[in-house]
Design a protein around this ligand. Structure first.
Ligand code: CAA
Length: 412
C-alpha cells in the first residue's frame, strides 16, 4: 500500500460568460436580496453554444497538462464524474481521451451519482493507486457539469457550469488525502433531485433536498469523526472536534447551503458532547473555517460535481501558504442520495502552483451578459447542429454537431 496519495496538480475551467443575479432578479420580478443574501449567490456561469460537458472537461484537462506537463503514457486511468453526460453509453471520458489524443493504454470511464460523481472519480483514482494496481502510473479525475433548471423555477438562480481536472498520484503536492478510509459516508434512496431520461433540466423538491443534504451530512460527518478520532486526527484542544479542521469545503449548490451545512456540523458536535446545539460562535466559526472556500462558487454558481472542487481550488489559491501542512475537511453530496465527508492535508507548494494563475485568469477573462442573451444561449445548448458564428467561449474544444449519429468536436 502507498502511504501518500492525493492531488498532485489541478486546473479549473469555467465558461467565459456569466449572468449577474441581480439582473436575473429584475427580470423575474424577485427582490435581488433573496438571491444575494437569501441564497448567498452573486453570479452564475453560462455555457456558450458548443460548450457542452465534453468541451468543459477536455479544456480543463488540457489546461492541467499544459501547466503541469507529464509524460502522457504515465496516465493509466481517466475517470470523469458528471451528471450531465452527452450520451447514455459513451462516456465523457472517452470523448476527452479523443479530444486530447491520449494514449490507448488507460482505463476510461464515467461515474454518476448526481453531484457526488467527482468525488467517486477522485476516490476511484486514489484507491487504484493505493492498491498498487496503478503500478507506478498516475490517474486523472475530472468533475464537469452544466447545472440546468427550468427558466423561472426556484432553482433557476442556482445554475452554473464548470470543470475541474485533478492529477491524482503518490506525489500529492497540493493535497494529501487522509487515505485510506478516513472518511464517513451516508446514503439513502430519496427523490430530492433527479433528471429522468429525455430531460435537460433537473427536477427537484428543493426544500426537501436541503433536508436530505443536512441529514446525509450529519451521518457522514459522524462517520468521519469516529475514524479521525481513532487515527488521532482530532485536536484535543479544539472546542469541538470539527475545529480540528483548519477549513471545511462543502458541496455548494448555492453559498447559503454551506452556512446551513456548517451550522449542522457544529450542532452535531455540540449535541454529541451533550451541550446545547448552539454556543454563540457559529458565525465566527463559519467566517474562519468555511467562507474562504466560497469565493469561486459565489462567482460561478452550482457546477454540480465540480462545485466542491471549485471551492477547494479557490481555497488553495487564496490561502495555500497559510494552510500548508494543515488539515482541511471536504463534504461531497450527491442527490438521490449519497455523501462523503473526508479530510486531507494541504501541501507545501499549494500556494505557488499554477492553479492560482489559472483561477485568476478564469475570472478576469469573463464577460457579463444580459438575461436575453442568457435565455438565447440556454435554448442554443439544446441544438444538435454545429453552433453558428464565432464562439465567444474560452473552451479550446467545441461541439461541432452530429454527423451520421456521432458527436463531433473541434479544437480552436
Ligand atoms: N431578502 C433576503 N432573504 C430572503 C428574501 C429577501 N427578500 N426572500 C427570501 N429570502 C431567504 C429565505 O428566508 C430563505 O433563507 P433560509 O433558507 O435561510 O430560510 C432563502 O432566501 C431562500 O428562500 P426560499 O426558501 O423561499 O427560496 P425558494 O423556495 O424560492 O428556493 C431553493 C430555494 C429550494 C434552494 C431553490 O433555489 C432550489 O430548488 N434550488 C435547487 C435545489 C438545491 O440547490 N438544493 C440544495 C440541496 S441538494 C444539493 O446540494 C445537490 C445539488 O447540487 C442540486
Amino acid at each position: 500500500m502507498k502511504n501518500q496519495i492525493g492531488i498532485e496538480a489541478m486546473a479549473v475551467h469555467v465558461p467565459k460568460r456569466y449572468l449577474d443575479l441581480s439582473d436575473l432578479a429584475a427580470a423575474r420580478g424577485v427582490d435581488p436580496a433573496k438571491y444575494t443574501i437569501g441564497l448567498g449567490v452573486k453570479e452564475m456561469a453560462v455555457a456558450d453554444s458548443g460548450e457542452d460537458t465534453v468541451a468543459l472537461a477536455a479544456t480543463a484537462l488540457l489546461r492541467l497538462l499544459e501547466q503541469h506537463p507529464i509524460d502522457r503514457t504515465r496516465i493509466g486511468m481517466l475517470a470523469v464524474g458528471t451528471e450531465t453526460g452527452v450520451d447514455h453509453s459513451k462516456p465523457i471520458a472517452s470523448y476527452v481521451q479523443g479530444c486530447l489524443e491520449l494514449p490507448q493504454t488507460m482505463r476510461t470511464f464515467d461515474l454518476k451519482h448526481a453531484c457526488y460523481g467527482g468525488t467517486a472519480a477522485l476516490m476511484a483514482c486514489a484507491d487504484w493507486i493505493a492498491s498498487g494496481s496503478g503500478a507506478g502510473k498516475v490517474a486523472i479525475a475530472i468533475a464537469a457539469d452544466i447545472a440546468r433548471y427550468e427558466l423561472g423555477s426556484p432553482g433557476e438562480p442556482t445554475q452554473g457550469a464548470g470543470a475541474v481536472a485533478m492529477l491524482v498520484s503518490d506525489d500529492p503536492r497540493l493535497l494529501t488525502l487522509h487515505h485510506p478510509a478516513i472518511s464517513g459516508v451516508s446514503s439513502a434512496d430519496v427523490h430530492d433531485f433527479w433528471r429522468p431520461h429525455g430531460r435537460r433540466e433537473a427536477l427537484v423538491d428543493g426544500h426537501y433536498s436541503i433536508e436530505c443534504y443536512l441529514e446525509a451530512l450529519s451521518g457522514a460527518y459522524r462517520g468521519w469523526r469516529a475514524k479521525a478520532a481513532e487515527a488521532d486526527l482530532i485536536d484535543g484542544d479544539a472546542r469541538v472536534p470539527s475545529e480540528s479542521l483548519a477549513r471545511i469545503a462543502y458541496h455548494v449548490p448555492f453559498c447559503k447551503m454551506a452556512q446551513k451545512a456548517h451550522a449542522r456540523v457544529r450542532a452535531v458536535d455540540l449535541e454529541d458532547l451533550g451541550e446545547s446545539t448552539t454556543d454563540g460562535i457559529e458565525k465566527e466559526s463559519f467566517e474562519r473555517q468555511v467562507a474562504p472556500s466560497l469565493a469561486l462558487p459565489r462567482r460561478i454558481g452550482n457546477a454540480y460535481t465540480a462545485s466542491l472542487y471549485l471551492g477547494v481550488a479557490g481555497l488553495l489559491t487564496a490561502e495555500g501558504s497559510s494552510l500548508a501542512r494543515r488539515p482541511i475537511g471536504l463534504f461531497s453530496y450527491g442527490s438521490g442520495c449519497t455523501s462523503e465527508f473526508f479530510s486531507a492535508v494541504v501541501g507545501e507548494r499549494a500556494a505557488t502552483s499554477a492553479l492560482a494563475r489559472d483561477v485568476a485568469q478564469a475570472l478576469e477573462e469573463r464577460e457579463r451578459i444580459g438575461v436575453e442573451e442568457y435565455e438565447r444561449l440556454i435554448a442554443a445548448q439544446a441544438s444538435s447542429s454545429a453552433p453558428a458564428g464565432r464562439p465567444s467561449s474560452r473552451s479550446t474544444f467545441r461541439f461541432a454537431g452530429v454527423e451520421a449519429g456521432r458527436r463531433r468536436y473541434t479544437r480552436a
